[in-house]
Design a protein around this ligand. Structure first.
Ligand SMILES: C[S@@+](CC[C@H](N)C(=O)[O-])C[C@H]1O[C@@H](n2cnc3c(N)ncnc32)[C@H](O)[C@@H]1O
Length: 252
């Protein structure tokens, strides 16, 4: 991690690290052994995963003219909020704020949190351009204080927050005001399409998402295949399709 931090973004990957190890005197086999540890650390140590994600996303947000993700707001969120009265919204893992800024510009009082402070800075700057203000908090999913009956809308857009973990779901349900809405739009890894670090990979039971949120009134649920909206850029479109889930639910 220390080595990676000191490198330019395009020269901080595993292959470059392997080359550095060999230059430092390891044999190719020894370097491969060291490299193989990294995905294992990522899978098994949440703190390592968080640190790696912070580093990677801060870099991405600082890259001028990046082509990995879209800066347009999420279509499902946009169409949903057109039917709602503006209130207090929470953006979980807000990134550089493409969704928070859209809501704030449309009269919502938005708080967003993320581990990548570079994203939070861009979000606040972009909101100011619309004459809007958003509250940004540097925190991870566990640390953030969601509160009790605090939000009219909580949304999870393209985030690997633990949305099928019963304890986490209970925290979110408690944090919604009565009548408050929950919105999810994200890739959903499954046992047939696993990816380390995405918690539901190990918990892909039939209708897992619906069951997890069954304490809310389900307004809309979709489990489909497609390219996630975050990836709707020329470069990212080439990536494989994901299993995608969308959920809209109301706390009664
Ligand atoms: C793919 S981006 C999507 C950002 C935003 N939701 C959007 O749709 O544009 C995922 C975001 O999750 C954040 N993230 C990753 N792990 C996190 C964690 N443990 N707690 C909070 N945020 C996290 C990253 O920093 C990144 O900004």
């Amino acid at each position: 991690m220390e080595w990676s931090k000191a490198q330019p973004a395009d020269r901080s990957g595993l292959q470059e690290y392997r080359a550095k190890l060999i230059q430092d005197g390891l044999t190719e086999a020894q370097a491969d052994e060291r490299i193989a540890i990294i995905p294992k650390l990522y899978r098994e140590y949440p703190a390592f995963r968080t640190e790696a994600a912070t580093l990677g996303f801060n870099r991405l947000y600082r890259t001028p003219g990046q082509t990995r993700f879209t800066t347009e707001p999420n279509a499902f969120l946009v169409s949903t909020v057109k039917t709602l009265k503006p209130g207090k919204a929470l953006d979980v893992a807000m990134g550089q704020g493409r969704n928070a800024v859209y809501l704030a510009a449309n009269g919502w009082d938005v708080t967003g949190f993320d581990i990548a402070e570079e994203g939070l800075k861009i979000a606040a700057e972009n909101a100011a351009k619309f004459g809007a203000r958003i509250t940004t908090v540097k925190a991870d999913f566990e640390e953030f204080d969601y509160g009790k009956e605090r939000w009219d809308l909580i949304y999870f857009v393209y985030t690997d927050a633990p949305i099928v973990d019963p304890e986490y779901v209970a925290r979110i349900c408690r944090a919604l005001k009565p009548g408050g809405m929950l919105l999810i739009d994200r890739p959903f890894r499954s046992l047939t399409d696993p990816e380390p670090g995405w918690p539901e990979t190990e918990q892909d039971k039939v209708n897992a998402l619906l069951k997890a949120w069954s304490g809310l009134h389900i307004v809309f649920c979709e489990d489909t295949t497609g390219i996630a909206d975050w990836q709707q850029t020329e470069a990212s479109r080439l990536e494989k399709k994901h299993r995608m889930v969308r959920l809209l639910a109301r706390k009664l």
